[in-house]
Design a protein around this ligand. Structure first.
Ligand code: SF4
Ligand code: SF4
Length: 430
């Protein structure tokens, strides 16, 4: 079951009018070989190799892997290692920049005529979801045309987490690119209906896209209610089509492809220029940030340089989050490199509030708030008694960790945190 009510959050979109600034070319980048969900890439270069902007430096034969390219021109200095937030270690390619940002000579626009050439081009571009989830984009296009008919393409521009405005700036600064990506996908995949979903708290973007798409047949703008988590894939798919994405199913199995707005702009960039995914826009905000900003930087730029470009007082900073306050993860090491999936870094002067939980009062608010109709209070009880069977029956695997249940709980129970642990328990061997 999907619910459309969601929860109301303060938007705090302080950077909505901040035009994107280019970060001064970093002296050194550290490019992680694990940029998205799926299998990591393997380095294709070694210390001493010269690279240019757009040179492929990592790839793998595995289905769920995107190639990785250099965002600077310079020389490879090291193949290193990086500890990821999930506790796994991946390889990195460290590159010293020559400051010239020379593009790779071999880059040229791909020829895209049909689904197969589109999927090949999207894979070659290194595109993965830029809204945070990081699903490899070419995998969304890998459906079988003989058995699956895609009738709806949804461009997800909801950006429902507080603070983050990187997709909004994409809409305002690169509307033609986003529409170019939508048109390309519609033609190559022969899709009847293409819609872009924008929350109503972004009226300028709604108007801009309504004006630009007015005379384009088959295109529409969906003005979405401002509620969280409106941008979750299953939620926006339901809102746009009324279809419920089944357990363990991809949206393509229900005739739908959902793509993030910045990802769509990136596909257009690759189609027109051949320049792959080497840099991205990221929002830097929070009360420890002196100059809240949207900054474009090469993938692999140290987070410390992004914070410094936004005049962040790192001495008073107590908390740094990659992503939004609801689903983001804490960053403990400022040398951590920018990833393709990082849409924001939020720096705060205070620690996260951890109020003392009291007993569950069985009010049911967590159940009402869950956009997927799950029962978080029952998850907690099943987890506490170590009941794997009950967790599986309650469908703990469907929880997308949106945090809405924790947010509404009057007893301040850490439900979303427990859900993560409960997922691990449900999957663990007996
Ligand atoms: S919202 Fe909190 S107090 Fe209410 S039922 Fe859920 S866990 Fe219990
Ligand atoms: S964190 Fe999971 S259980 Fe809680 S509201 Fe979100 S989807 Fe539902």
């Amino acid at each position: 079951m999907i619910r459309l009510n969601g929860i109301r959050l303060s938007h705090s979109k302080n950077t909505e009018n901040c035009e994107t600034r280019e970060l001064e070319c970093p002296k050194r980048i550290t490019v992680s070989m694990s940029q998205h969900i799926g299998a990591p890439a393997q380095p294709l270069v070694k210390p001493g190799d010269e690279v240019r902007v757009g040179t492929k430096i990592g790839d793998a034969d595995t289905y769920m892997t995107c190639p990785i390219h250099s965002g600077v021109s310079g020389r490879v200095t090291k193949i290193g290692e990086l500890l990821l937030p999930n506790g796994k270690v991946c390889k990195t390619v460290e590159i010293e920049s020559d400051g010239r940002q020379t593009p790779d000579d071999s880059l040229s626009p791909p020829e895209i005529t049909d689904k197969a050439s589109l999927a090949a081009a999207v894979r070659a571009s290194g595109c993965c979801g830029m809204g945070g989830a990081g699903f490899p984009t070419h995998v969304k296009l890998a459906y079988d045309e003989n058995t699956t008919r895609i009738d709806t393409l949804i461009i997800n521009a909801a950006e429902c987490e507080p603070y983050i405005t990187s997709d909004y700036r994409e809409l305002m600064e690169n509307a033609e690119g986003v529409i170019g990506g939508m048109t390309l996908m519609r033609e190559a995949l022969k899709i009847d209906r293409v819609c872009i979903g924008i929350e109503e708290n972004k009226p300028k973007a709604v108007k801009l896209f309504r004006d630009k798409l007015r005379d384009k047949k088959g295109f529409e703008v969906l003005k979405l209610r401002s509620s969280y988590p409106q941008g979750a894939e299953k939620v926006i798919a339901y809102y746009a089509t009324g279809r419920v994405i089944g357990e363990g199913k991809l949206t393509s199995e229900h005739g739908i492809i959902v793509l993030n707005a910045s990802t769509t702009g990136m596909i257009d960039q690759f189609a027109k220029t051949g320049m792959p995914f080497v840099a991205r826009r990221v929002t830097v905000d929070g009360d420890a940030v002196g100059k809240p900003s949207n900054i474009r930087a090469p993938i692999g730029t140290p987070v410390s340089e992004l914070l410094s470009a936004a005049d962040t007082d790192t001495d008073s900073m107590k908390r740094l989050i990659a992503g939004g306050p609801m689903m983001g993860i804490s960053v403990y090491d400022l040398s951590q490199p920018l990833l393709k999936t990082n849409n924001a870094f939020l720096a705060f002067r205070s620690e996260a509030e951890r109020p003392q939980p009291t007993s569950c009062i069985r009010c049911g608010r967590c159940i009402q708030a869950c956009p997927l109709g799950l029962m978080p209070c029952e998850f907690e009880k099943a987890y506490d008694r170590g009941d794997r069977e009950a967790l599986n029956k309650l469908k703990i695997n469907l929880c997308m960790n949106c945090g809405s249940c924790t947010y509404v709980c009057p007893a301040k129970r850490p439900l979303a945190e427990k859900n993560q642990l409960a997922k691990g328990l449900a999957l663990s061997p007996h």
